[in-house]
Design a protein around this ligand. Structure first.
Ligand code: HEM
Length: 417
């Protein structure tokens, strides 16, 4: 499908075959990005993995992330830290149970948990509290940036309007990014001070990034560190939150599946004495729940828009340079004709769709965080809808934005087990 909006031509791929051609065969020619006008006056895009042209600098940042965070060895070594954050989440929900019949908004719970697991990974500390309405903190800043990114900006499609910024989105984006950048800067400068004082190392991601920057001063600066940290909070919190919320929705609507999952987790806990991340990754039913959730509710339903870097011939179509390319993962995931064996192919679905050089570098981390959140919520609690609502009446409307959220947040009542 081709869409013409002002000066921007967009093609939308809605079949698995087309997606594979775009993300694999023509990957190099179709891996550009169009930087939204709202953020063009910021320094962020010129150091950001998500927005940089897929060249040398971008490759270095991806390598840094893979080396210091997302490779299996590193992820294994940080697993205690994720466990600690999950224990805090469970304790928080237990407080609700003691008060009786209290409702929990799952997305809020998961968002705080996702932020804290990211901040512990980066800075060895929590940055958010459950039930805390921050105004200038991480929660608020991340939410503001995501909201700004969702606004349709007419200047993106009519270049003459760029000079006027008619919706005043640039100052909005500047303020939103400025806030999150300021928070990350605070941690970076505190850490530099800490290191200057020869205080003991934390051994977290920030220490690794500063070490690397000191050894590669000209290529990887403090600005790269700030932008990478901002990007991790942006890319890693809402996606994991939405996936957890959708998984819990599906499980609450299918209590037999929730019981089956709980039994599987209980069996692994009885062998190990507690929920172990390494065990969870081996539980077939839990992994099927995570993958099926990602199939039906992939948190980034159109991936991030790509752009053609040159003229491309795609199945007989001539796609000009600078065309925006969307891959409709939402439709492909539901199109049974795309998969010879949908149940079996599902195992490979996210890897088929989220692949190519722009492939999400955070999936291995997200996979662990989401598995842990779902397992902890299902193992420790029974969940029901408020007022004994019939699951069939539950509103499943989706809200399409940069990420795919529920239109009506999931609110559920936990019962401690
Ligand atoms: C359930 C969780 C997640 C989902 C579904 C998801 C999905 C995606 C998708 C679809 C893309 C775009 C791929 C493309 O343009 O072809 C992407 C890009 C990206 N993701 Fe994720 N993601 C998740 C979690 C994370 C986490 C935890 C991190 C951070 C550690 C992360 C960091 C990024 C970055 C930096 C990019 C841009 C990569 C680039 O352009 O080179 N994501 N993600």
């Amino acid at each position: 499908m081709t869409i013409y909006q002002g000066s921007v031509t967009t093609i939308v791929a809605s079949s698995a075959e087309m997606a594979q051609l775009i993300l694999q065969k023509h990957d190099a020619d179709m891996s550009g990005r169009i930087i939204p006008d709202a953020i063009t006056t910021l320094e962020h895009p010129s150091h950001s993995m998500a927005w940089l042209h897929a060249g040398e600098e971008w490759r270095l940042i991806r390598r840094v992330l893979a080396t210091f965070l997302t490779n299996t060895h590193k992820l294994d070594s940080l697993c205690e830290l994720r466990h600690g954050v999950m224990v805090q989440m469970v304790q928080h929900v237990k407080k609700y149970c003691i008060l009786g019949e209290q409702r929990v908004e799952i997305a809020k719970l998961a968002f705080t948990t996702a932020l804290n697991q990211m901040s512990n990974t980066c800075f060895s500390t929590n940055v958010d509290e459950y039930n805390y309405q921050d105004t200038g903190g991480f929660k608020n800043s991340v939410a503001n940036i995501m909201e700004t990114a969702m606004i349709f900006n007419v200047a993106d499609y009519f270049p003459l309007l760029k000079a006027f910024d008619p919706q005043r989105l640039r100052p909005m984006a500047n303020a939103a990014y400025g806030c999150l950048e300021g928070l990350c800067d605070k941690y970076i400068y505190q850490r530099l001070q800490h290191r200057e004082n020869k205080s003991p190392r934390h051994g977290d991601l920030l220490d690794s990034l500063i070490d690397f920057s000191e050894e590669n001063e000209s290529d990887f600066t403090l600005k790269h560190i700030q932008v990478l940290l901002v990007e991790l909070f942006l890319a890693g919190s809402e996606t994991s939150t939405n996936t957890t919320e959708w998984a819990m929705t599906e499980l609450i609507l299918h209590p037999d599946k929730m019981t089956k999952l709980r039994n599987e987790i209980a069996e692994s806990v009885s062998q190990k004495g507690r929920i172990e991340e390494s065990e969870l990754l081996r539980l077939p039913y839990l992994q099927a729940v995570v993958k099926e959730t990602m199939r039906l509710h992939l948190a980034v339903p159109f991936l991030l828009p790509h752009k053609t870097e040159t003229n491309v011939k795609l199945k007989g179509y001539e796609i000009p340079k600078n065309t925006q390319v969307l891959v409709n993962a939402w439709a492909i995931a539901r199109d049974l004709d795309s998969w010879e064996n949908p149940t079996k192919d599902n195992i490979f679905l996210i890897f088929r769709l989220v692949r190519g050089r722009r492939m999400c570098p955070g999936i291995p981390l997200a996979h662990r965080v989401v598995s842990l959140m779902i397992a902890s919520l299902v193992y420790h609690f029974e969940w029901k809808l408020p007022h004994d609502m019939n699951p069939k009446e539950h509103d499943m409307t989706e809200r399409f934005g940069l990420t795919l959220a529920r239109a009506v947040p999931l609110v559920a009542v936990p019962i401690s087990l």
